[in-house]
Design a protein around this ligand. Structure first.
Ligand code: NAD
Length: 332
């Protein structure tokens, strides 16, 4: 599929979607990118699509997937990478849940129906480590009973299960590979996520607010590794599979702070805050299935990945990046 015709990337103005689109274009694939963020008025979206916008094989469709007539965009697609979604564990409690349901579940349902109607052979779906609800003393395996601890995790699990149910229909031409991404970081990381906040605090010297005791551990995954796994998922021999995509080890938030101090050579104040509802104690991916099915092996260590993100941050004007805020350890 890669190297042929056209791919659709939903969530293309986001962190991971923009990296994926860049990589596809670099491989000679035409990309139709769909996102509801208004690039002209949203500086983060504008920054994310900046390098894509001028590429002759890239087309941006600025629209909400909840209402868009999808058929014209799927007609020539050999694969749909469905990365659009409302991420973030903490913000999914309360009234915003309706938007989480729409963006993560109802949109996925619409897209699955449209893919089947357009006879798209493969959908690759962004799921999340949040579906596990934490690692129970050992790396999480795809066959473990999912017990999400946040409304966000529940919607990602619902989307994943919905996609597998569609893929198991006897009459559908669309197979599905759902990838459970584990805490992704790297240049252009979402402003609410931990490593970016730490590095921005190092850059500005402003205080960083740390949720909990800092002992929560995350399997951090470099965005380049996530893109490699996502591309491999387009051609993997599969009908209806769920696969972990992690970095292969986990570290605590306190260790992240130490590493940031080493890499940046800068100091910044840390303020402790209460632990937040929905934050899990630890995440860690078992990568055996990713190795077997996708030939996946993470290649960027946390130290190298943080160096790359720091270098990228320094290349930006300080005012381009949101101020550091509260540091937690959101899983996605
Ligand atoms: P992001 O917020 O940077 O990108 C998501 C994009 O989806 C946004 O640009 C948003 O505008 C778009 N979108 C959301 N709802 C839409 C709708 N209704 N119509 C059109 N566009 C819509 O997030 P990200 O960190 O790049 O995450 C991408 C995907 O990966 C998400 O599905 C997320 O749940 C999943 N994921 C991310 C992580 C992580 O660590 N970043 C971890 C696990 C899973």
């Amino acid at each position: 599929m890669i190297g042929s015709t056209q791919a659709v990337v939903t969530g293309v103005a986001g962190f991971i979607g923009s990296h994926l689109a860049e990589s596809l274009l670099g491989r000679g694939v035409r990309v139709v990118g769909i996102d509801r963020r208004p690039v002209a008025r949203d500086p983060v979206a504008a920054r994310n699509v900046a390098s894509l916008a001028t590429h002759p094989e890239f087309r941006l469709v600025e629209a909400d997937l909840a209402g868009l007539d999808l058929a014209p965009y799927l007609a020539d697609a050999s694969v749909v990478y469905h990365l659009a979604g409302l991420p973030g564990v903490r913000s999914s409690w309360g009234e915003s849940f309706a938007d989480y349901l729409t963006c993560n579940v109802l949109v996925t349902q619409r897209l699955l129906d449209a893919c089947a109607a357009a006879r798209v052979p493969r959908m690759v779906l962004a799921s999340s480590s949040s579906v596990y609800g934490g690692a129970a003393g050992r790396p999480s395996r795809e066959g473990d009973l999912p017990t999400p601890l946040s409304p966000y995790g529940v919607t990602k699990l619902a989307a994943e299960r919905l996609a597998l149910a569609h893929a198991r229909r006897v009459d559908t031409p669309t197979s599905v590979v759902a990838l459970r991404y584990f805490t992704v970081y790297g240049p252009r990381q979402r402003p609410d996520m931990a490593i970016g906040r730490v590095l921005r605090a190092a850059r500005t010297g402003r205080p960083l607010h740390l949720y909990g005791d800092g002992l929560q551990r995350r399997d951090f995954t470099y965005v380049g590794d996530v893109v490699a796994a996502t591309l491999a998922a387009a051609t993997a021999p599969a009908r209806d599979e769920v696969v972990n995509v992690g970095g292969g080890s986990n570290v605590s938030m306190l260790e992240v702070l130490d590493r940031a101090a080493e890499i940046t050579g800068r100091d910044f104040p840390v303020r402790r805050e209460a632990r937040q509802p929905g934050d899990v104690e630890a995440t860690l991916a078992d990568l055996a299935k990713a190795r077997d099915l996708l030939g996946y092996q993470p290649v960027i260590s946390l130290a190298d990945g943080m160096r790359l993100q720091w270098k990228w941050l320094l290349s930006r004007e300080p005012d381009d990046e949101p101020a550091p805020g509260t540091l937690g350890a959101t899983a996605g």
